[in-house]
Design a protein around this ligand. Sequence first.
Ligand code: HXC
Length: 301
Amino acid sequence: MVASTESPFKPDILKGKVALITGGASGIGFEISTQLGKHGASVAVMGRRKQVLQSAVSVLQSLSIPAVGFEGDVRKQEDAARVVDLTFKHFGRIDILVNAAAGNFLAAAEDLSPNGFRTVLDIDSVGTFTMCHEALKYLKKGAPGRNSSSGGLIINISATLHYGASWYQIHVSAAKAAVDSTTRNLALEWGTDYDIRVNGIAPGPIGETPGMSKLAPEEIGSRGRDEMPLYKLGEKWDIAMAALYLASDAGKYINGDTMVVDGGLWLSRPRYLPKEAVRQVSREVEKRSRNEPIGVPKSKL
Ligand code: HXC
């Protein structure tokens, strides 16, 4: 796949906006930080690892993006509160909160300890809610730095694992189901009361991310892809463009939705009959059904 680097959006669509991105120093989160910044936003990134944060901020600054990094763990409410306040102090307002921090590993349900299950829910689900909870006072309409008629935007990074069921991902499936539910409930309550839009993005498999290296390590390679006819690896850029769309005025009427960005992968079903066979068999069945009810042998009529 050819790497997409040119954005179809105008470079000033987020001019004057301030975005706080959790997990914003690596993987999908970092690409979202970069693209929001390239389109005019000032960017605060939150993460647990000091060095990763520092190098992300230097890259953003080298692109002339006003950027700052704050160390913190979304599992700790005091970290969430501190980072949200520091972001406000640094930039004077907060318009966009992106919850991209997440935790994952492959584990069969029977091998997963309750603490392993809880850890992922703590990061993904409770962490997302905690950040929203702490950022509300800056995102609502009339908040300091905002005008009285418009509220901000929250984007929660989700997944499609829980649309059905996923092998060895019971913890993440449960966590992301809670994230989607949180997205809809906040969209209802905070959309109504504070003019805040709350949406999600559910990425498919995205190349060169910590998630992919954990879920499809080289040792297991591409096994299983034959079962998924729509399997195509996406790029971090694809997810960042979806975030830009939601954050721009183009997305102003979208609230409570989780946008699936996976090339249709979650709809994949193995083809159980060749197309040619369908053409032949289908006509035959039609012909027969005109003469006798389908499924009832002639002898029984
Ligand atoms: C079974 C495991 C395990 C494994 C950890 N645990 N790894 N169980 N198999 N491979 C269990 C531990 O035994 C422990 O339970 C509990 O989980 C907590 O583990 P810790 O190592 O103490 O936790 P911590 O240091 O806080 O690390 C959290 C983490 C880690 C989630 C385990 O991987 C992490 O920090 N991840 C953040 C980065 C990340 O994962 N990025 C990828 C996101 S991708 P016990 O009972 O022993 O105490 C993504 C994509 C989702 O989210 C959608 C894909 C389509």
